[in-house]
Design a protein around this ligand. Structure first.
Ligand code: ZN
Length: 96
């Protein structure tokens, strides 16, 4: 049996593509709310390391990530989001 070269190449390509979004470096949020959740300050946004979008505001999906797995929720510099796009749900944030 020959090795499945194509599968390997596809996996390598997928890895390359996810890396193209850029690595996120979490920063200390400007402040935190009473429940310990981070509050992004000026120039800061919310992001999930595996996500393809960033969140300028605390929207429904950010709230869900915080509820389900707070460790996945990162606060990063707005200038460091790479090729991620702004989340559309953030137009109607849950809270400031
Ligand atoms: Zn959002």
């Amino acid at each position: 049996m020959a090795r499945p070269r194509r599968a390997w190449a596809a996996a390598a390509k997928a890895k390359q593509e996810s890396g193209a979004l850029g690595k996120l470096t979490p920063v200390e949020p400007a402040s935190r709310r009473g429940d310990g959740s981070p509050k992004a300050g000026p120039g800061q946004v919310y992001a999930v390391s595996s996500g393809k979008v960033y969140h300028p505001a605390w929207c429904n999906s950010v709230g869900n990530v915080w509820d389900e797995n707070p460790k996945r929720l990162l606060v990063v510099e707005e200038s460091a989001v790479g090729d991620r796009e702004a989340c559309k749900a953030c137009d109607e944030p849950l809270q400031a």
